[in-house]
Design a protein around this ligand. Structure first.
Ligand code: 5GP
Ligand code: MG
Length: 179
């Protein structure tokens, strides 16, 4: 597939198929179900926009009562890696006293989650865990470990299944990497 990146064209090749994502999501949901009490409400905090598709598929497989909430981060400055992070949509008060599962699309430098997790704890969450569809361990610039990781991938930029390139390609049912 050819994709437009600014004024040039790049090739994107499939990295993870729809079926691989679906099977892995089922495995992650089983782990999450196993780790959380069935009778306690789990607040699912979806990090917009990238995690929307992953979260939608994952929550359908959870077997405890859930409450779905959203938050959104924005990074300032030129590049992602030099950017400071802030909240564009605040962490909801409803996380107070609850078990919270943050759902992210991807961990790159690790800055976003290292900013968000303390905010959720500050808001009074009883327990905070993180599920991310993708993790780029070689790109971490700060110590960060998610509790549930779908796939470890290399450093290439990826699109699809919620992940965008300048707002486009989020609706691809698979993950492709720019090569
Ligand atoms: P971090 O704060 O860990 O550096 O960045 C996390 C955010 O950067 C992700 O939530 C995502 O929005 C964006 N990001 C990082 N790597 C990629 C990538 O390969 N593709 C896309 N589409 N977004 C990415
Ligand atoms: Mg994101």
């Amino acid at each position: 597939m050819l994709v437009n990146v600014g004024n040039r064209t790049m090739t994107a090749k499939v990295l993870l198929t729809e079926q691989q994502i679906s099977e892995r999501t089922t495995e992650l949901a089983a782990q999450i179900n196993n780790d959380h009490p069935k009778g306690e409400t789990l607040v699912v905090l979806i990090v917009l926009h990238g995690a929307i598709l992953f979260a939608a598929d994952l929550v359908r497989k959870l077997n405890m009562p859930t409450q779905i909430e959203t938050t959104r981060l924005k990074s300032y400055a030129g590049t992602v890696s030099s950017g400071t992070v802030s909240l564009a949509i605040p962490v909801p008060d409803s996380v107070a006293g609850k078990n919270v599962l943050i759902i992210e699309d991807i961990i790159d430098s690790g800055r976003s989650l290292n900013f968000l997790v303390p905010k959720v704890k500050d808001a009074g969450a009883k327990l905070v865990r993180v599920a991310t569809l993708l993790d780029k361990p070689e790109a971490h610039e700060t110590e960060i470990t998610a509790d549930y990781v779908g796939f470890y991938i290399g450093k290439n930029f990826v699109i699809g299944y919620g992940l965008d390139l300048d707002g486009a390609y989020r609706n691809l049912p698979y993950i492709a990497e720019l090569v």
